[in-house]
Write a protein that binds this ligand. Structure first.
Ligand code: NAD
Ligand code: ATP
Length: 292
């Protein structure tokens, strides 16, 4: 399969940063294994402060310092840890390697028993880097704009279990739909296998460039998931009973926000993968794709 997105390589590897799952203090053994494998090649491992303290692996250094000094970053945890690292390190533009020490691990393809072998493969160039599109989300408040980025999705959701939300949706400034129901999801292709999948949205191959809008429990027979090209800017307005959730991790209330606009971010997240990684195998293994 010809995928032009796979040509990027790391130019140097002298320093690597690591962030681990925030609620698991048992992963120190894996950190030592990573450090030993990197040190064999003269590479320094920097551990982010909160992770180091949780794991009992020394003092650690600030997230910012770690990102600036590192050639690539390691996420040791589940999908949530990787998503959070991609969002927080967005402005430093560093590739991320996901090592799976979580539950599902759809995005984190290196298993803990493959750590040393994969690090050896890295030093002989046996890896690939995928660029995953991200969303730039602008929250408009009193003439000011706060920008955040999303890796998987943003969700506009009803804030009260007892009420429906009403969301007006615009494409390039033109009203194209009003959604009535529990809310809607704007997903990246990578996020298509997360909340979007649960809400009946399409699985979209992660290297596609598209914006996916999927209604959540719409109170209508006519609302369907929609796939849009990335040169559109989409925007939403709603009443105060709606909340905005970014990647399931940050929440904002709509009564302070007049409008939310979403477009493709100028740069994507770069994920380091093993050459063996096959998306359809992961769909089968983790989400039971194609099982009877
Ligand atoms: N009903 C739902 O399915 C539902 C509800 C809320 C949030 N979410 C998703 O959770 C995501 C955040 O993930 P988290 O791990 O921080 O939260 P989490 O710990 O609540 O886990 C959500 C689940 O989704 C999986 N997941 C996350 N991203 C995925 C992806 N791109 N493809 C396949 N599976 C994926 C995770 O491994 C986990 O099993 C949000 O972006 C949202 O899409 C899903
Ligand atoms: N830096 C972070 N800040 C806040 N919450 C985080 C951060 N990193 C991860 N989380 C959250 O911590 C929880 C557990 O982490 P994570 O998702 O990595 O592990 P998991 O749930 O065991 O694995 P998986 O997501 O693969 O099923 C998730 O809800 C995730 O969103």
């Amino acid at each position: 399969m010809k995928i032009t997105n796979h040509t990027k390589k790391l130019t140097t590897i002298t320093t690597v940063g690591l962030v681990s799952k925030p609620n698991d203090g048992t992963l120190c053994g894996y950190v030592h294994e990573i450090e030993t494998a990197l040190n064999k090649h003269g590479v320094t491992l920097l551990i982010e402060k909160k992770s180091a303290q949780l794991l009992g692996c020394g003092e650690g250094i600030s997230f910012e310092h770690m990102c600036k000094a590192s050639d690539f970053l390691i996420s040791l945890g589940g999908d949530g840890t990787l998503i959070s690292l991609c969002r927080k390190s967005f402005k430093y533009h560093k590739p991320v390697l996901g090592i799976h020490a979580g539950q599902l691990g759809f995005l984190t393809d290196i298993q803990t028993d493959e750590i040393s072998d994969f690090i050896e493969e890295l030093f002989v160039g046996n890896y690939r880097i995928d660029t995953r599109m991200m969303l730039e989300v602008s929250l408009h408040v009193n003439g000011k704009v706060e920008k955040v980025v999303a890796f998987n999705d943003i969700v506009l959701s009803r804030s009260k279990i007892s009420h429906m939300s009403t969301i007006k949706a615009y494409v390039d400034g033109q009203l194209f739909n009003s959604y009535y129901g529990d809310g809607l999801i704007v997903s990246t292709p990578t996020g298509s296998t997360a909340y979007n999948l649960s809400a009946g949205g399409p699985v979209v191959y992660p290297l596609t460039e598209a914006l996916i809008i999927t209604p959540i429990c719409p109170h209508s027979l006519s609302q369907r998931p929609l796939v849009l090209p990335v040169d559109f800017e989409i925007a939403f307005e709603s009443d105060g009973d709606t909340v905005i959730v970014v990647d399931g991790q940050d929440t904002y209330t709509m009564n302070e926000i007049e409008r939310v606009s979403v477009r493709i971010a100028k740069q994507g997240a770069e994920l380091i993968h093993s050459l063996d990684r096959d998306y359809f195998e992961i769909l089968k293994k983790k989400l039971h794709w194609g099982h009877l």
